[in-house]
Design a protein around this ligand. Sequence first.
Ligand SMILES: Cc1cc2nc3c(=O)[nH]c(=O)nc-3n(C[C@H](O)[C@H](O)[C@H](O)COP(=O)(O)OP(=O)(O)OC[C@H]3O[C@@H](n4cnc5c(N)ncnc54)[C@H](O)[C@@H]3O)c2cc1C
Length: 427
Amino acid sequence: MVSGAGTELHTEEYNWAGNLRYSAAGVREPATVPELQDLVAGASRLRALGSRHSFNRVADTDGVLVSLEHLAPAIEVDAANMTVTVSGGTRYGTLAAELQRQGYALHNLASLPHISVAGAVATATHGSGDRNGNLATAVAGLELVTADGGILTTRRGDADFDGMVVNLGALGVVSSLTLDIEPAFTVAQTVFEDLDWDRVLENFDGVTSAAYSVSLFTDWSGDRIGQAWLKSRTEAAAAAERASFYGGLPATEARHPIAGVPGTTCTQQFGVPGPWSDRLAHFRMEFTPSKGDELQSEYLIPREHAVDAIQAMRRLSPLVTPLLLVSEIRTMAADSLWLSPNYGTDCIGLHLTWRQDQPAVEAVLPVIEAELAPFGARPHWGKLFDGGASRLAPLYPRFADFKALSGRLDPEGKFRNSFLDTKVFGS
Ligand SMILES: Cc1cc2nc3c(=O)[nH]c(=O)nc-3n(C[C@H](O)[C@H](O)[C@H](O)COP(=O)(O)OP(=O)(O)OC[C@H]3O[C@@H](n4cnc5c(N)ncnc54)[C@H](O)[C@@H]3O)c2cc1C
């Protein structure tokens, strides 16, 4: 580590999965918003870095990388408006624990609490639940350091707000976010094993609406589904009391979605009620989430095509299963955020946790994308995918509006990078 310009510079940074090394000479860590403003104003190319959990080069730059991890942490609840305002480097795990302590909750969490709020929101990260929008849908306001170092604040209802939330880091550095909150609630989580694929597909709506959040884990092979994780708000029907679930029986030991990884690294199961903050994520904050030695891809598909898209993936099993650690099927509610893969439609998410063999994974992604294209599959912005801007643009009715917004806020392309050039701005 070396010092520089009132900020700290850390060198040789890799992403969480270790599959890419950022192109920047190092990572700057401003301690205050004015320091951040100076850094942004003085740089010709710059990107914000969250907690480095993306699997592709979305966060990368050959200019200056900025982490807000050392910004003075702030978590301020506004009980009258039922919102919380957090500083740009805050992680969900820290926020969730503090909200629970004060008697409040977020509507949902991703599979892991380790990620930064700003980074997760920028890529439309999501959990599961038929009625749950992705995590970006909780954003009620943003504070953004724009290309000239100025501060732009925007709230839900403002012009262009819906374009600024899922921003891929392309519009500036988000220095704080205001999120909707609700009173704290209790969740019971139960894992069922060895479900019957045919019964699940015949009753797909019944399966995904059986709890507040439902996840199915499969490797796509055979006629059984490995696991179903049901997270029920305990004021609603108690999944914990089901004797079976579409042919699956309750697990008798704590489970991890990936075979061979101890279930003790996962959140409490067996239907034991507990705080939302300790149940909505799959993985506990104090352990490495998922496996670590892995890659990920995910495709978000309009709900009306759920069963057909799942059947297409099952047909690809001979190609896909040998490369997989596990796959997860989740659901999300529609939203109005321009670059959200859930824009305008309820969705299912077909997620793939791959073995860490990037050339082999990159060889099958075009095949998967060709199979899922008829269903209007939109890739997760933070995971590995093949398609470029020409394939993505027709999937997003507000794509051109986002590019125009970026042109207005960042006329010199300070926040552009190779990922954005290929996936958003290319032809
Ligand atoms: C083990 C594991 C499990 C995962 N589980 C899920 C899951 O359940 N659901 C899901 O949807 N995704 C999941 N993901 C993907 C992950 O949520 C996304 O990649 C997310 O973007 C990671 O957030 P981050 O803070 O690490 O962002 P980074 O990867 O660091 O950055 C992502 C983007 O956010 C931008 N950004 C970050 N901070 C700011 C800021 N302050 N201002 C402006 N832009 C900013 C960056 O420029 C970049 O464009 C998982 C990833 C891993 C490694």
